[in-house]
Design a protein around this ligand. Sequence first.
Ligand code: FMN
Length: 191
Amino acid sequence: MPATATRQAFDATDPTAFRRVLGNFPSGVAAITSTGPDSGPVGMAVSSFTSVSLDPPLVAFFPAKTSSTWPVVRERGAFCVNVLGSDQEEVCRRLAAKSDNKFDDIAWTPDSDGLPVLTNAVAWIHCDIESVHDAGDHEIVIGRVRHLAVDETVRPLLFYRGGYGRVESPTTPPHGSAHTPHAPAGQSDRS
Ligand SMILES: Cc1cc2nc3c(=O)[nH]c(=O)nc-3n(C[C@H](O)[C@H](O)[C@H](O)COP(=O)(O)O)c2cc1C
């Protein structure tokens, strides 16, 4: 490990340090949306969305056990991942706040299963819950992808060091090669 004058080390049990160091791993932001039997649309902002498996098609996100949205999603057994666009910072903030009327100023339509689909997002990934795993103060939710769609004219919202950013110079890899960030062992498309 190279020692530099600017490298800072922290105790892993310090939550502030944990957030600070991990915040240097940039991500996109997704809205996990669903509906409950006694509620209208529910949703939460997550940066913990990731692809997991190509065959079968699996994705994951990691909700906090304190989330009031997650139990509704779990009971429904299905959710839509809305990858937020660069103009949806306010949508992200609304869905990250604890509120009973998060969707008041958010444009959405129901999909064929009634799951909320957010207008002006980049991509929509409709999933059934495949499995749920315990992980400290969070849970790991594996979703089996049923169908998906994208609007590649919309750029994604980025989350980095607790703030929001945009892609300045997106690359355009050939379709079917670099769109999937990782593949099952032995099938990586990275050179
Ligand atoms: C950019 C961003 C990323 C977030 N990522 C996550 C996440 O991965 N998992 C999580 O549980 N909460 C995450 N949150 C917080 C949730 O959005 C928020 O705590 C939660 O949805 C609060 O509302 P609820 O109790 O109604 O679920 C994130 C918030 C922001 C702003």
